[in-house]
Design a binder for this molecule. Structure first.
Ligand SMILES: Nc1ncnc2c1ncn2[C@@H]1O[C@H](COP(=O)(O)OP(=O)(O)OP(=O)(O)O)[C@@H](O)[C@H]1O
Ligand SMILES: [Mg+2]
Length: 292
């Protein structure tokens, strides 16, 4: 397995974690180790976890640390190879034919080629990080196609020939685990499950992301969120909700609301599901303060 010379400037998981922190991302030891190994071994990094635990943000921070541009392929149900690789600009081709009249026009010139994320990532791989976001939303057929792409990093355009990456791009995949990914795809990657951060770490994230929030508020909010996540909720709050809840409660507090009440009044920032709100309403103050 070839160690990538280009990332040797980062010599280990700890230096990587420090650089990620400079890029506003707090990675625990598990994540920084998996990310470091994926980069060093030249393998894709597959990040799985519940919504809002920081998967996409981790990819952005890694790209920033590497000083590379992030190319993002957002997956969705029904996404196909054309949407992921390239498309011909049909209206523009038609216009060119009309304007050329009897003359010659090369309909397969760059002017008519719309590069989508996978092609973009191959064109200047040294400068890029490819994020394949929410792969679990795509159909299994698309996953099989991706597997092929990840094994040879080339795209064949019948009218133009094969475009191959000089050096494979750094690839990061995320999944919310709405379905199991194919075994063959997993095998190709370094895998890491991102769980909810422990309250102390999450408080650091809150203070890093929301400068208006006092330290005590950050600790209160992460403790409350931790209690909410232990409840059987349909949509437990992610880290983004924690940050916003702390900000929202701080705002109300600055306008005169007292403490537990400020959190309770801003609950719509943390819980965004009517059943969850109804379920927690009778015990909300207890859940917020931790009082028995
Ligand atoms: N470890 C972290 N360090 C700093 N900020 C974080 C961290 N984890 C999460 N965040 C914050 O939480 C927000 C949400 O994270 P992100 O969008 O990456 O979650 P996700 O796992 O991709 O969620 P989804 O599955 O909904 O796409 C980020 O914008 C960031 O502000
Ligand atoms: Mg995401």
């Amino acid at each position: 397995m070839a160690v990538r010379p280009s990332i040797l400037g980062i010599d280990g998981p700890e230096p990587l974690a420090r650089s990620l922190r400079d890029a506003q991302y707090i990675a625990d030891e598990g994540l920084s180790t998996a990310a470091y190994l994926a980069l060093a071994l030249g393998k894709p990094l597959l990040l799985e976890g519940a919504p809002g635990v920081g998967k996409t943000e981790a990819a952005k921070a890694i790209a920033s640390v590497l000083g590379r541009e992030l190319i993002r392929l957002q997956c969705y149900e029904g996404i196909d190879a054309a949407a992921a690789m390239y498309e011909w600009n049909f209206p523009r081709q038609m216009l060119a034919i009309r304007q050329a009249g009897e003359g010659y026009v090369n309909l397969y010139a760059d002017d008519y080629l719309i590069a989508r994320p996978l092609l973009l990532a191959l064109q200047e791989p040294r400068a890029r990080v490819l994020l394949i976001d929410e792969i679990d939303r795509a159909d299994p057929e698309f996953e099989a196609f991706l597997l092929e792409f990840l094994s040879d990093f080339s795209i064949s355009i019948p009218e133009r020939g094969t475009i191959r990456a000089a050096e494979p791009p750094v690839v990061l995949l995320t999944s919310n685990r709405t379905r199991e990914l194919h075994e063959a795809l997993r095998r190709r990657c370094v895998y890491h499950w991102i769980g909810y951060p422990d309250p102390a770490l999450e408080a650091q994230i809150v203070m890093m992301r929301a400068s208006s929030v006092a330290q005590e508020t950050a600790h209160r909010v992460t403790a409350a969120v931790n209690r909410l996540r232990a409840e059987p909720l349909a949509k437990p709050p992610g880290v983004a909700e924690t940050v916003e809840w702390a900000e929202a409660a701080t705002l109300l507090h600055n306008q005169g609301a007292a403490w537990p009440a400020a959190f309770a009044r801003a609950i719509g920032v943390a819980l965004k599901d009517q059943d969850d709100l109804a379920f927690t309403a009778p015990r909300l103050d207890q859940l917020i303060t931790g009082a028995a």
